[in-house]
Design a protein around this ligand. Sequence first.
Ligand code: ADE
Ligand code: ZN
Length: 352
Amino acid sequence: MAEPTTTRPDFARIDAQRLPELLRVMPKAELHMHIEGSLEPELIFALARRNGVDVPYADVEELRKAYAFTDLQSFLDIYYAGASVLLREQDFYDMAWAYLERAAADNVVHTEMFFDPQTHTARGVSMQTVIDGLHRACVDAREQLGVSALLILCFLRHLSEREAFETLEQALPLRDKFIGVGLDSSELGHPPEKFARVFARCRELGLRLVAHAGEEGPPAYVWSALDVLKVERIDHGVRSVQDPELMERLARDRIPLTVCPLSNLKLCVFAQLSEHNLGALLDAGLVATVNSDDPAYFGGYVNQNFTETFAAIGLQAQHAWQLAANSFEGSFIDDVAKRAYRDRLDQVFASF
Ligand code: ADE
Ligand code: ZN
């Protein structure tokens, strides 16, 4: 194995014009994407036909036109409706496989995919159908695409704590097929504290813990995700900049933020991509990463997020390296695998 590199690459050598190519070829991990948010309209219609499910849009174009969101809730309504075409194990496999192929094309070498089982179990689809289909795609991705893929089960925060506990119970027989739990859906009015006990139980079970916080919600939700739920990463977290003490805590404890710039733009968290605070998060020393969230709905997969954001806010080669290095540091793989990915990243930069 190559000796670990401790020095940073010589960024000054890299011509700014070649930045889009660098962003494309650099190996990276994706740590925040909802697999149901990768369902492209074409696949929604194909699965609807295969399963005899009615889609209340005439065609792909009409469905895409409906993707004009004003906030998180306006997106979630259409996102949950889109997921209603998923019924069988093969449907979950096909959805995950389509994403994994696109991730591989973006040089994503490791991905940690969220799934929302309650969206499916509420429609009578079994937990086993969901997890088996997604997990089979993860196994095939490692063998056929060279992408390592892990699953994180998310609780829907607009539902009750009791329903989260029931979901956990249903999933535990399949415990070896997912590595952790997260918290997603409508943030405002559903603070992390609501799920304190279920997260405590997950912690006892040795599951890895993450939560969406500070997307639309206040810095107080980020504090309670950290101190009450005891999460290891914050999904989004962009509103943390409103609280200098919180920024210090995130930097000091190297808590990764899984930032999703195109999602933030489409859900009106920022009015313009040029106003995005990714650069400020990096400047403050935070372990920020770039991710696609719901790529089929927000206009792009992870490399699109990189290239559009870099162009909009003027980031450079050293930021590209930092974001990719952060993505490996913030992942739930072991230290040896992290080191190997970091070496691969450094080699790409050295020979670019
Ligand atoms: N579920 C899917 N995408 C989400 C997001 N951006 N925020 C909260 N819940 C989600
Ligand atoms: Zn998300």
